[in-house]
Design a protein around this ligand. Structure first.
Ligand code: KIV
Ligand code: ZN
Length: 526
């Protein structure tokens, strides 16, 4: 006699909350500077992805960040919206004012507990740290019931002292305790044991959510996060594509797919809609200007590619011989949307709607114009092309320089020559020209000449959005200008055009950042 298969209900105690910090810790990566519109777009996509908490920014750091967090709090439904704050009154007030209109607002406050940070960075005493933590959590709890506290540099802190600070935060009403490996120094066995010890020293931790936050300096961020979860933590702080300070944070897609793929062994699960992973990764990569390395786990171009004949043969016979995950689970399914040069505005708007972009009015007009330009040069415009185009349009309005026109002459008999026209931040139009070693060198130097800047080019990558000779080219550029980095990316059927736009954007981001850090003096951040 056969019995119908019974689906076991999942244990709510094994549910892991995904706390996404792409827009806060991720945005602290060198060169990344997202404007309000870009942050909103990413936040909407994170909500579609089904993360539990979005750390939308660090509101005290700049009026722009404050406004972006506020806009996300007002518009994005679903996840908890969180703002970061140090322990000062102004920080916490700014965080609260930024998130207060969210359906479910959270304030996340932190102070370092390691001796090296207390003595050298904060130049204070352990006693003072306890006082600051107490006052900060109490103030935050006066605003909202959802308060997270982090002892910064927790993994290098004296555990008894850190336990004392955590107890104070709990007494004042903190509802989540996050213990970061701020400098990416710990190892899985140490990090796991640290949590076991903390649960022993602070029995009250059993009644709140305990969280991991790991940096990837030694490439252990995901392994350390897993060790924390196995020790009882139920929140992971992570970022799309693993972006973040220095070597970055634990990559969200890796944590989620680890828990998904090994659920039978680990018994842990998340609420993430895994099929939205690939798209979220592409969006973040494009808007931040940070390309994803080809062999990156889960979202790299080669993550599901098989080169060796033996592997290809095996996969053709049975996929699971060499694949532990199905590409469609992370959203890498082929999309059937194809438009061409005869497709009209209505077809474009329908296709975009099917892909989840709500675009109308002037934005649709601009997207349609761009689509027509591309359809004239490319036979088939696919969903991947449309996604690249629309994302490119979203980031068009950064303050700074803008490219008006360019000419590049390239020949095997003469040195390449480039001329450009650029609008300066004050609205004046200028031109520049240069004879360079190659066409891209000539182009970039011509832009430098026009803008009277001398940035250092630290990264330059060209990729193709899809396969085929007429594919859209995608260029990423990172420059350093007066000590500030700026990243830019652009797409076009003409890679010289994409390179020029990406370069000008990177230059604008670097300029904005160097002006902001000179004018405001950013607070020390983790
Ligand atoms: O790495 C860190 O310690 C942080 C804290 C602010 C949580 O980012
Ligand atoms: Zn961090």
């Amino acid at each position: 006699m056969s019995h119908p298969t019974q689906v076991q209900p999942r244990d709510p105690a094994s549910r892991v909350k995904i706390f996404d910090t792409t827009l806060r810790d991720g945005e602290q990566s060198p060169g990344i500077s997202l404007n309000r519109q870009e942050k909103l777009e990413i936040a909407h996509q994170l909500a579609r992805l089904g993360v539990d908490i979005i750390e939308a920014g660090f509101p005290i750091t700049s009026p722009g960040d404050f406004e972006a967090v506020q806009a996300i709090a007002r518009e994005v439904q679903g996840p908890v919206i969180c703002g970061l704050a140090r322990t000062s009154k102004q920080d916490i007030e700014a965080a609260w004012n930024a998130v207060r209109d969210a359906e479910r607002p959270r304030i996340h406050t932190f102070i370092a507990t390691s001796d090296i940070h207390i003595e050298r960075k904060l130049q204070t005493t352990r006693e003072d740290v306890i006082g600051q933590a107490r006052a900060a959590v109490a103030q935050a709890r006066g605003y909202t019931e959802d308060v997270e506290f982090s002892p910064e540099d927790g993994s290098r802190s004296n555990i008894e002292f850190m336990a004392e600070v955590i107890q104070v935060a709990l007494d004042e009403g903190a509802t989540t305790i996050n213990v970061p490996d701020t400098v990416g120094y710990t190892m899985p066995i140490e990090y796991g044991r640290m949590f076991e010890e903390l649960y022993r020293l602070v029995p009250d931790l059993a009644r709140v959510t305990v969280s991991v936050h790991c940096h990837d300096d030694l490439g252990l961020a995901v392994a350390n996060s897993l060790a924390g979860l196995e020790a009882g933590c139920r929140q992971v702080e992570c970022a799309i594509n693993g972006i973040g300070e220095r070597a970055g944070n634990a990559a969200l897609e890796e944590v989620v797919m680890l828990l998904h793929t090994r659920e039978p062994r680990l018994g842990l699960w998340t609420g993430v809609e895994t099929t939205e992973i690939a798209r979220t990764s592409r969006l973040v990569s494009r808007l931040t200007g940070y390309p994803v390395q080809p062999n990156k786990a889960i979202v790299g171009r080669n993550a599901f590619a098989h080169e060796a004949g033996i592997h290809q043969d095996g996969v053709l016979k049975e996929r699971t011989t060499y694949e532990i995950m199905d590409a469609t689970t992370v959203g890498l399914s082929s999309n059937s949307i194809v438009l061409g040069k005869h497709s009209g505005r209505h077809a474009l708007s329908k296709a975009l709607e099917e892909m989840g972009f709500a675009i109308d009015g002037q934005a649709l007009n601009v997207a349609f114009k761009r689509f027509k330009e591309i359809a004239d040069r490319k036979k088939q415009v696919t969903a991947m092309d449309l996604e690249a185009l629309v994302t490119d349009e979203l980031r068009a309005d950064i303050a700074g320089y803008s490219l008006e026109w360019f000419e590049v002459e390239s020949s095997s008999r003469r040195s390449p020559h480039a001329r450009v026209g650029v609008t300066l931040p004050d609205g004046n139009s200028v031109t520049g020209s240069f004879v360079g070693d190659g066409p891209i060198d000539a182009l970039f130097q011509a832009i430098n000449a026009a803008t009277a800047t001398a940035p250092v080019l630290s990264e330059f990558t060209i990729g193709a959005v899809t396969e085929g000779q007429d594919a859209l080219g995608e260029v990423s550029v990172v420059v350093e200008l007066d000590g500030s980095t700026g990243a830019g990316q652009s797409v076009s059927t003409d890679i010289i055009d994409a390179a020029a736009r990406a370069y000008v954007r990177a230059l604008s981001v670097a300029l904005t950042r160097s002006q902001a850090s000179g004018a405001v003096g950013l607070p020390e951040t983790a």
